[in-house]
Design a binder for this molecule. Structure first.
Ligand code: C2O
Ligand code: CU
Ligand code: CU
Length: 485
């Protein structure tokens, strides 16, 4: 397959002599346009088992005062936030109210393969499907979104995504900030026309880097503001963007605490000044506003970061917190949050290596981006083919998977369905395991130049996908099947 890719590339290149990869590198993320930070942060409705979801066209105002058609699962853009207890069974009557196929993938939930929203499992336009599964995992922040192959990027960008919170008695006993002091934040960038309507039409260059927008949204609204009191808040953050990575930080330069990531709470809190969050990843944070002067503002922002030529050069504000009320806070951050045992590397029976840094060279610059070719993004030289099982895994076995992006020049957040994993090493690039990677993960970022190794025990049978969570890369075919049996 690798050879075939080279041949295709050469035959295309013969008519386009001045093409080279450097031309691709000139394409960069659109410059973020910050809003006014006057819209009150929308908090999606909280739902539990039994609430129907209907993917359909809705109206919503991403920019204040500019109502446009978007996609959503219930009311307005995005979907409601699930809040369910570990051990409970959840049933979600789902209707596809779109004019094309869609489905729901429960990203971060260990559901049976038949409920996972694999690209094989489509709900046709106008049809319904009952998702039902038992919540058999520790408390965590998961999310849900469509997974139709080649349409995921568009459907998510147009508004289909939501948060899914799993609670447990163990987590409740920690008395983490809850109620008004716990904020679900789905962060996404959107590209809007002058009327405030979402535009999704990636050029070939934008497939290369991921489709990004100039308008940053939180829970579907651009530049929102949330009033807070002088105490500690819990922020549950999903990076639901197609391609944009955020280096999350506070505008007052204060540190904050990471208490959880994709698969639930870390063993112990980690203090950080910033946190790089890639598409698909979650961060569970504690932010202490107790030392902030009354009636002053603190922004959640994204700092500029290095390592990716196509994005990261700009710092921008994401949302505003106005500290408007004094309140005594007796909350003490627990020193131990969760009992996590590291999977021993010695228990791994196999290591699989995935080359994610090689692109089929299809040509771009000289063609003005008009010739969108499929399949430039590959894993081990292969593009997605759902009739093929790429990796066969033995149930209950432990393996090391290595994502090798040393030859790549784009970041790839690699995601496995049907399991959590632990990150055991990163070489090249940032060269270490980051604070939020010390817990259970389902998505891990491999920056250009990096090789990331994970260890995973496969405890759920069935056919699942693993893929890059840059949704343009995924739709371009950077996804393979693995089967556990
Ligand atoms: Cu969140 Cu297969 O994706
Ligand atoms: Cu997933
Ligand atoms: Cu990628």
């Amino acid at each position: 397959l690798g050879t075939a890719g080279v041949l295709v590339g050469e035959s295309l290149l013969s008519g386009c002599m001045n093409h080279d990869m450097a031309a691709m590198d000139m394409v960069t993320a659109p410059t973020v346009v910050e809003g006014a930070f006057t819209t009150v942060l929308p908090i999606p409705e909280t739902i539990t088992s039994g609430t129907a979801l209907n993917a359909r066209s809705q109206s919503a105002a991403i920019l204040a005062g500019k109502t446009e058609q978007v996609l959503g699962y219930k009311n307005g853009i995005l979907g409601p936030t699930f809040r369910v207890q570990r051990g409970s069974t959840v049933t979600i009557p789902f209707t596809n109210g779109l004019s094309e196929v869609t489905n729901i993938h429960w990203h971060g939930l260990l559901v049976p393969a038949s409920m996972d929203g694999h690209p094989d499992q489509m709900v046709m336009a106008g049809q319904s499907f009952n998702y039902t599964f038992k919540i058999d995992q520790t408390a965590s922040t998961a999310w849900y979104h469509p997974h139709p192959h080649e349409k995921t990027g568009k459907q998510v960008f147009m508004g289909l995504a939501g948060m899914f919170i799993v609670e447990s008695p163990e987590e409740k006993a920690l008395n983490l900030p809850s109620g008004n002091y716990e904020l679900p934040l789905v962060i996404q960038d959107k590209r809007l026309d002058t009327n405030g309507a979402i535009m999704y039409s990636p050029t070939l260059e934008e497939v290369m880097i991921g489709y990004m927008g100039e308008t940053i949204t939180v829970n579907g609204a651009n530049a929102p503001v949330q009033n807070v009191t002088t105490r500690t808040y819990r922020l549950r953050i999903v990076n639901g963007s197609n391609g944009r990575i955020y280096s999350l930080a506070l505008s007052n330069g204060n540190s904050f605490m990471v208490i959880g990531s994709d698969g639930g709470l870390l063993a112990a809190p980690e203090t950080v000044m910033s946190l790089l969050l890639a598409p698909g990843e979650r961060a569970d944070l504690l932010v202490d506003f107790s030392k902030v002067a009354l009636n002053s503002d603190v922004f959640l922002q994204s700092n500029s970061f290095s390592g990716v030529s196509s994005q990261g050069s700009q710092s921008f504000k994401i949302m505003k917190f106005t500290v408007n009320k004094a309140e005594t806070d007796t909350f003490k951050i627990p020193t131990l949050l969760n009992s996590l045992t590291s999977i021993s590397a010695a228990s791994a029976i196999k290591t699989r290596t995935f080359d994610i840094g090689v692109m089929m060279d299809m040509g771009s610059g000289g063609h003005g981006g008009s010739m969108a070719m499929k399949g430039m993004h590959t894993i081990n030289g292969k593009v997605f083919n759902s009739n093929r099982i790429d990796e066969s895994v033995t149930l209950n076995s432990t393996e090391i998977w290595e994502f090798d992006n040393t030859k790549g020049d784009e970041p790839h957040p690699m995601h496995l369905h049907g399991t959590f994993f632990q990150v055991i090493s990163r070489t090249g690039g940032r060269g270490n395991i980051l604070p939020h990677e010390k817990g259970l993960k389902d998505t891990v970022l491999a920056m250009p130049g990096e090789k990331v190794r994970i260890i995973v025990k496969f405890e759920h049978t069935g056919k699942f996908v693993f893929h890059c969570h840059n949704l343009e890369h995924e739709d371009d075919g950077m996804m393979l099947n693995f089967e556990v049996k």
